[in-house]
Design a protein around this ligand. Structure first.
Ligand SMILES: [Zn+2]
Length: 172
């Protein structure tokens, strides 16, 4: 049976969770301005309407709270109203078709991807361990010990800070 959630939906989910990065110690929202957000959505398979962006922002805020452990997954329930998966025969096999209003398709894809990640990779979608960072990571590695969204950015920053603190203590 074909999987109803395409692999690119996982990227959409992660990109959506990571659409409020901290830049120069202020939080930015990549879905805030009209033109930028529509392009963002179109680049990820959406239609790019204002209603779609509004829906995505709502779903994103709740997903961030759920993945960050601030809210229970029940807050996502109202976001699933009107989302249906319909089985159909395509090329001699059964596959699932996402039946939802166009404006809500992208957010529904992200929600279904979240569900699949929870089921197939429990505990692997999490917030970056750097408290000043607002990004999330999906750890697909075998040891499942990744703590930072990026070793380059957050990993090294924390290491450098620890090193600085150690050397400061040592010089006292
Ligand atoms: Zn980070």
């Amino acid at each position: 049976m074909a999987d109803p959630v395409a692999h690119e939906d996982e990227s959409l989910l992660l990109d959506l969770l990571n659409s409020t990065p901290v830049v120069d110690s202020g939080q930015r929202d990549l879905l805030a301005d009209d033109r930028g957000s529509r392009a963002w959505v179109r680049a990820r398979g959406g239609v790019g309407s204002a209603a779609e962006v509004a829906h995505l922002r709502q779903v994103r805020d709740r997903l961030q709270a759920v993945v960050g452990g601030v809210e229970a997954p029940e807050v996502l329930a109202p976001m699933l109203d009107g989302v249906r998966l319909r089985p159909e025969i395509v090329q001699g096999g059964l596959s699932w078709r996402l039946d939802v209003a166009d404006d809500e398709r992208s957010s529904a894809r992200a929600l279904l991807a979240w569900g699949r990640v929870q089921e197939s990779m429990p505990g692997r979608l999490r917030a970056c361990a750097n408290e000043e960072c607002r990004l999330f990571l999906l750890d697909r590695s075998k040891p499942n010990r990744a703590r930072w969204c990026s070793m380059k950015v957050c990993g090294n920053r924390l290491k450098a800070r620890r090193h600085y603190e150690r050397s400061r203590h040592a010089s006292r």
